[in-house]
Design a protein around this ligand. Structure first.
Ligand SMILES: [Zn+2]
Length: 308
């Protein structure tokens, strides 16, 4: 599939189907083998809890953390990982959706039940800047932290997921693929105003490349097209610095962590069980895809088992 060539033509952009983009997310690096009968949903995660809780909005700006007080890679890798969930589309399944596509489409009622489980279990949703402060300086996190993230920028994230999150006072991170901003059709995407609105409401906007090409294949100008230009575009839309990135397909390599760091990125998010980068663990933070097939209990088991 060559999105790059075709997407340069405006006509071709409208022909890019949702199926194409859904398939972009379908690397099987997810942790979906959790036995939903083996654990209790009431098991608490053993994340270190400080008596001082940090509410969203009170985290120091990472830019104010002096370079000298940032822990080394080994220390960062030794800290307990925070469970991080990755969602794509939040909508009912349609007849056309393939079985594998459904892994990336969480039906609204399932999403609602998963988020309710987090709230009922006492989880606090944290944002990328809070995770950065925790990993780099050991700054305290609220009890039972979790991070909720969304990739690609689908409109249903804004229209369906955000009201459910905000009902529980949860904020989330949204990683936007800029080629699709404002696209309408079978699978619509958020427009600029909606992205800005999320940023204004305290959610984090991050970058997810221009058109979802695999970062492992970038050469020369690709870093400008896929990273630098989309970053500037998102900064112009939100009026805020864009400091966090999610790898398309969850795929990455050491070179990509170096290139992102060089361009000022503080955090980059992959998927699943892959080991983090020894030198740049902050640029290879792990997430799991929260499947639409998962009950709240299965999701909880995966969170506990995948982030130790
Ligand atoms: Zn994606």
């Amino acid at each position: 599939m060559s999105i790059t060539k075709s997407a340069r033509l405006p006509l071709a952009i409208s022909l890019l189907t949702a199926a194409t983009l859904v398939s972009c997310s379908q690397t099987k690096e997810t942790s979906q083998t959790t036995d939903n009968k083996s654990d209790s949903a009431t098991v608490a995660t053993a994340i270190p809890v400080s008596s001082t809780t940090t509410e969203p909005g009170t985290t120091p700006d990472p830019a104010t953390i002096p370079a000298g007080s940032i822990a080394d890679a080994a220390t960062i890798l030794s800290r307990k990982q925070v469970p991080i969930l990755c969602y794509h589309q939040i909508r009912e399944w349609r007849a056309k959706d393939s079985k594998s596509a459904k892994d990336y489409i969480c039906p609204t009622s399932v999403f609602e039940a998963q988020i309710k489980m987090l709230a009922d279990s006492g989880y606090h949703a944290i944002l990328p800047d809070q995770l950065y402060a925790y990993l780099t300086t050991g700054a305290p996190l609220p009890p039972k932290p979790v991070m909720i993230t969304f990739d690609d920028g689908d409109l249903d994230q804004y229209e369906t997921a955000v009201p459910i999150l905000e009902k529980h006072n949860y904020k989330a991170a949204f990683f936007i693929m800029t080629v699709a901003i404002g696209r309408r059709g079978y699978q619509p995407y958020m427009d600029k105003q909606q992205i800005k609105d999320l940023a204004d409401r305290g959610h984090t906007i991050g970058c997810h490349t221009w058109d979802h090409h695999n970062v492992k294949k970038y050469q020369g100008q690709d870093w400008v097209t896929q990273i630098e230009e989309p970053t500037k575009k998102l900064e112009a839309i939100t009026g805020k610095p864009i400091k966090h990135f999610a790898y398309p397909f969850g795929l990455w390599n050491h070179e990509a962590t170096v290139e992102l760091k060089k361009r000022g990125y503080l955090g980059a998010y992959q998927l699943a069980e892959k080991k983090r980068d020894d030198e740049n663990p902050l640029l290879s933070v792990r997430r799991i895809i929260a499947s639409g097939y998962w009950s709240p209990r299965t999701l909880h088991n995966s969170m506990v088992n995948s982030f130790k």
